[in-house]
Design a protein around this ligand. Sequence first.
Ligand code: FES
Length: 101
Amino acid sequence: MRVEKHPVLGDRKVGRMVTISVDGAEIEAVEGEPIAAALLAQGMIVMRKTPRFGEPRGVFCGIGRCTDCAMTVDGVPNVRTCVTPVKAGMVITSNLKGGGE
Ligand code: FES
C-alpha cells in the first residue's frame, strides 16, 4: 500500500509503474522509489537474515546507515535497498531462500 493522499503533504502523484524481479517473483514497483518501499508495498518486511544466527532483518534506519535492508541487486551484493531507486527490470535477491548474500 502506498500513501497517495497525505493530510499535510497533499496528493502525491504516483510515477510510472515498472516490473522488477524479487527472489524470482515479478512485482510492480514505481520507477525511482526506493527498492525497500516497493517491497514494503508488497508486504515484504523481511529483506535478509543475518549470516550467523539467521535472524530476520528489514528496514530499520531507512537512510542507508544500518545495512539491515541489504540485498543483492543485479548481481551486486550488500546493496542498501532503502536508498537505491527502482529501475525497470531489476533483479533482486535476498538470502532468505539460500541465495543472495
Ligand atoms: S534500513 Fe538501514 S540501511 Fe537501509
